[in-house]
Design a protein around this ligand. Structure first.
Ligand code: SF4
Length: 318
C-alpha cells in the first residue's frame, strides 16, 4: 500500500543571486514497509526533497508546486501546528550530524523522554524517562547513557540517540538524511542494521545518500536524482543490473570495487548551477550520448519495464 504519494513537487530557493530550482517536478510513491533510497551527487536536491516531506525546507526555500499526500492529507497545505504533530508521531527524521538535532545542554535521556511528553503520550516525566531508558536499550545503548550529555557520547552513540528520538512513537516513515556519512564503516553498519530492524517492524525508510553502493546493500528501490530531477527509479536489481539512464550508468562506474578489479571512472564535469539549469536534459553537458534533441527538449519519463522508469530521449527508440 502506498504510504506517501509525491506528485509534481517543485522547490525553489529564492536567493539574492537568483532562484535556485532545487527540486523540479518530482513524483514518486513511498510504499508501506519499504526501504527506498534517493541517491545523487551533492546539490542534486535529494535532501531538500526529504526535508519538504516534514516541512523543514530551510529558508529561503519554498515549495512552489506539487502535493505530498499522506493519510489522505496534502502535507503541503497543513498548518505549522498540524505539521508539528505529524513530525515525530507519523514521520521521524534523522540528520547527518546528530548534534544539529540534539540539545548540547540537556541529558540525552530527557531529550528522548520529551517526545512522549510533547506528543501527550505520557503525562509524567517519571514514566517518560523510564520509557526513554527502554528505548535506549532498544537502540543498543546501556541505560546509564540516559544521564549523559551529547558531548560525552561517541558519534555513533549520538546517532543512536537521534534514531531513538525519531523512532520513539513508532512513526510510519523514517527519513534518514546521510545518517552514516560522518561515521566509520563498522559503526555505519550497526546504524544501518538498526534502521533495517525498524523496517522489519513495518516502518518505511526514506534513505538519502550519495553512496550508491550503500543504497544498493539495503534498499528495496532506488531513486536517482540529478540536478533537481528524478531521472530513474526502480527496484535495486533494475537500477543496478540494468540501469536505463546514462547518469545512473556513470554513477555506477564511479563506485569503487572492493576487490579492485574494476577501473573507477569519474563523471566528467560538474553538476550545473541550478539558478540557471541547462535547457533540455539537465545532464546533457556531461552526457556522452547527448544529441541535438537533448539540448532543446527535456526528456519525458518512460516506463522501461514494470516498476522501472527513467527520463532519457534514448529510451524512446528502444
Ligand atoms: Fe543523455 Fe540525452 Fe539521455 Fe539526457 S536525454 S541523459 S543528454 S542521452
Amino acid at each position: 500500500m502506498v504510504l506517501i504519494k509525491i506528485k509534481g513537487l517543485s522547490i525553489h530557493y529564492y536567493t539574492l543571486s537568483g532562484i535556485v530550482h532545487a527540486v523540479d517536478n518530482v513524483s514518486f510513491d513511498i510504499v508501506e514497509g519499504e526501504w527506498i533510497s534517493v541517491v545523487g551527487e551533492s546539490g542534486c536536491g535529494k535532501s531538500t526533497l526529504a526535508y519538504s516531506i516534514i516541512d523543514l525546507v530551510p529558508p529561503p526555500g519554498r515549495i512552489v508546486s506539487g502535493e505530498i499526500l499522506f493519510n489522505g492529507k496534502n502535507l503541503v497545505k497543513l498548518s505549522r501546528e498540524e505539521m508539528r504533530m505529524i513530525r515525530g508521531k507519523d514521520i521521524g527524521m534523522v540528520f547527518q550530524d546528530p548534534m544539529t538535532s540534539l540539545d548540547p545542554l540537556r541529558r540525552v535521556g530527557d531529550q528522548v523522554a520529551e517526545v512522549f511528553i510533547e506528543h501527550r503520550v505520557l503525562s509524567s516525566w517519571r514514566d517518560a524517562r523510564e520509557k526513554a531508558r527502554e528505548l535506549l536499550r532498544k537502540v543498543g545503548l546501556p541505560e546509564d547513557r540516559a544521564s549523559y550529555y551529547p558531548h560525552q557520547l561517541s558519534g555513533g552513540q549520538r546517532q543512536r540517540i537521534a534514531i531513538a528520538i525519531a523512532m520513539a512513537l513508532q512513526p510510519k516513515l523514517l527519513i534518514a538524511d546521510e545518517p552514516t556519512t560522518a561515521l566509520d564503516v563498522i559503526v555505519q553498519d550497526t546504524i544501518m542494521d538498526l534502521m533495517e530492524g525498524f523496517k522489519k517492524q513495518g516502518t518505511s525508510i526514506l534513505f538519502i545518500t550519495h553512496d550508491l553502493a550503500l543504497a544498493a546493500e539495503r534498499s528495496d528501490r532506488i531513486a536517482v536524482m540529478y540536478a533537481g530531477k528524478l531521472v530513474e527509479l526502480g527496484s535495486v536489481d533494475q537500477v543496478i543490473d540494468n540501469p536505463a539512464h546514462p547518469y545512473t550508468v556513470a554513477l555506477l562506474k564511479s563506485v569503487p570495487d572492493l576487490w579492485g578489479g574494476k577501473k573507477i571512472e569519474s563523471i566528467p564535469g560538474y553538476p550545473p548551477d541550478l539558478r540557471d539549469p541547462p535547457r533540455g536534459c539537465r545532464f546533457h553537458p556531461r552526457c556522452p550520448f547527448a544529441r541535438d534533441i537533448c539540448r532543446k527538449e527535456g526528456p519525458e519519463t518512460i516506463e522501461v519495464e514494470q516498476g522501472h522508469i527513467a527520463s532519457c530521449h534514448l529510451l524512446r527508440r528502444r
